[in-house]
Design a protein around this ligand. Structure first.
Ligand code: ZN
Length: 607
């Protein structure tokens, strides 16, 4: 037997009613001293220990017909010993995670990521892998097909059968959808792209393909042809409520509200559809930025435990900057819409007192225990490396454009990043960005970067944007639903309004406090998360009218508030605060000279 015989995996949606996937792994030449196997604890792109092995229900090993003893070494590792000959490990995986990060199976569909179902054969990670995906026997599943960007190894298109991967990491990086889904296809820069939609939907797939083609072409040309993948698949799951995406090397798995797949009537694009395109844009940009350009800490991935990097502001933040920017650069949205999107990102940062306490480098490093494990104190303690990272991308782009007189931009830095730290490299070092920026642009932005990435001061966006003919203004939120951007034209002039300093959560009519914001009236008086506000100044309060009720009082007013904490009624005397100026508006200025207008144009058009 040669050293390169393949590891053979088999997966069968055997018992969809019980949500059980039956999996086997055959190792032709196991370590004769005992073969170690393990399942990942996390999935790349989502920085949380998920302990996928907890869903393994039973696991057995055999050599031929002979049972091989299996010892469990820790929560996710097994050792088969002795291993006299070819080893087969068979196990069942409970699959009922409706997100895109794990595995799911019922009688209507199946979905899995390799990280949830395929054990690693220690010492054999670089071996080629063969995967047989077996069809379900359940009568409801006769029309099922298979969608994945994994290379076929004999399977016909969209069919059950044999697939293959160059090594274990590649096997893990191709999620698989099984079910009766819809398929649409387009080509971008010569690369075939498929859009697979599962779940009930009324998507205009022709329109979706046409818009995605525009977007994908933009991103491929941004980094330079040829594209690094031979084929690409968007695996879209349409649901009533839910939102998320996970990037892979030649595909992405998306979860989106079904209403976001409809463009909306008339020439204007619905906000929901714009959100869907931005999500696609984000995951597609990752095909380069994080799937192939990686932090050095991720080369190679250690999926057995947390891996820390301060660089997620580059990989998630700069990706978030370009996901929306690509929409305006391609003309899919107009400049005012883009500035609204950007204002909403900025609002997410300005609204959280946590930005004064945590830097994006810290947020990235501690993503595992903070950003991905948000609790009621998160807005007071955590800054988003997505949202603030996107604003750092903006600040860098505008600073480079201004400093180089328009000769350079962040685009050049990203292309250099791709050239230097792309496929096959050993990854971007933790302190690599400042040096690369200087090398590409000749500008020393070290102090801006230091303040932006490691500091907690607000970014100097107002001055930078003004140079490009855009006004940055802060205003008070109109309501909890106000996510930033311009006010509707019929908004009455602002008056000073009282504010409790809480964010409501939960469902129904109950005014349940989800978050008590740092420095607000509620915190000073002693209100706590989970308190249910029942009366303000002696009048009944519900979720829908609490904000309005409070806004009727001026800042500084003394107002008694009754709440239930558990089953105990309590009274707190609040001195109302003023609604904070934490909502960002960005406006393209009309009276600017031609030089400023040209600069703004170059930025928004990617010139
Ligand atoms: Zn992302």
């Amino acid at each position: 037997m040669t050293g390169q015989s393949a590891i053979r995996y088999r997966i069968a949606p055997k018992d969809p009613g019980a949500h059980l996937l039956e999996v086997s792994c055959e190792v032709p030449d196991p370590d004769p001293d005992g073969q170690t196997l393990s399942l990942p604890a996390w999935i790349p792109g989502s920085y949380l220990i998920r302990d996928f092995a907890r869903h393994i229900v039973t696991l057995h090993a055999r050599a031929g017909d002979r049972a091989v003893p299996v010892a469990k070494l820790d929560k996710q590792t097994w050792r088969c010993n002795p291993c006299p000959g070819p080893l087969t490990v068979e196990y069942e995986v409970y699959a009922r995670d409706p997100s895109i990060r794990a595995a799911y199976l019922d009688t209507t569909r199946g979905f899995f990521n390799g990280t949830s179902v395929f054990v690693k054969v220690h010492g054999r990670e670089t071996r080629p892998c063969v995967l047989d995906i077996e069809p379900p026997s359940h009568p409801d599943a006769r029309r099922w097909r298979v969608a994945t960007a994994m290379q076929p190894g004999g399977a016909a298109p969209w069919s059950f059968g044999r697939y293959r991967a160059g090594d274990y990491e590649e096997l893990l990086d191709h999620p698989v959808e099984m079910g009766a889904f819809d398929i649409a296809t387009f080509e971008a820069c010569g690369v075939p792209h498929d859009v697979v939609v599962s779940g009930r939907h009324r998507a205009d797939l022709e329109r979706v393909c046409s818009d995605l083609e525009t977007l994908c072409r933009q991103h491929i040309r941004f980094f330079g042809e040829p594209a690094p993948m031979a084929r690409y698949v968007f695996l879209v799951r349409a649901v009533g409520e839910g939102y998320g995406g996970l990037e892979h090397r030649a595909s992405c798995a998306l979860l989106c509200p079904r209403k976001s797949l409809v463009r909306g009537a008339g020439p204007a694009m619905s906000k929901e559809y714009r959100g869907f395109l931005a999500l696609c844009s984000h995951e597609y940009f990752h095909t380069w930025n994080v799937k192939r350009i990686r932090p050095r800490a991720f080369v190679p991935f250690d999926l057995s435990r947390e891996v820390h990097t301060t660089l997620l502001w580059v990989f998630e933040g700069i990706t978030s900057y370009y996901d929306d920017l690509a929409l305006v650069r391609t003309g899919l949205v107009d400049a005012p819409s883009y500035l609204e999107l950007l204002a909403r990102v900025a609002t997410r940062v300005w609204r959280n007192p946590g930005r004064r306490r945590q830097s994006v480098a810290e947020s990235s490093f501690d993503a595992w225990t903070k950003f991905y494990r948000e609790d009621e104190n998160a807005p007071n303690a955590v800054v988003s490396y997505y949202a603030k990272g996107a604003l750092i991308g903006l600040a860098l782009d505008l600073s480079i454009r201004r400093g180089s007189g328009g000769r350079h931009s962040l685009d050049d830095v990203m292309r250099a990043l791709w050239g230097r730290y792309g496929e096959g490299s050993d990854g971007l070092p933790e302190a690599g960005m400042a040096a690369l920026i200087e090398e590409v642009t000749g500008l020393d932005l070290g102090s801006l970067l230091e303040q932006a990435v490691h500091g907690t001061e607000d970014l100097p966006l107002a001055g930078l944007l003004a140079h490009f003919g855009v006004a940055f203004e802060l205003r008070a939120a109109q309501s909890q639903e106000d996510k930033g951007g311009p006010l509707p034209p019929d908004t009455p002039p602002a008056q000073a309004r009282g504010a409790l300093g809480v964010i409501l959560g939960g469902a129904g009519t109950e005014a349940r406090v989800a978050i008590v914001l740092d420095g607000g009236a509620a915190q000073a008086a002693g209100l706590a998360p989970d308190d249910v506000v029942v009366a303000v100044d002696g009048l009944r309060a519900t979720r829908s009218d609490l904000e309005e009720l409070v806004a009727g009082y001026p800042p500084g007013a003394q107002v008694p508030v009754h709440v239930f904490r558990g089953d105990e009624l309590m009274r707190f005397d609040l001195t109302l605060g003023a609604a904070p100026q934490d909502t960002v508006m960005l406006t393209a200025l009309e009276d600017v000279d031609s030089e400023v207008a040209a600069r703004r144009d170059a930025w928004l058009k990617g010139l």
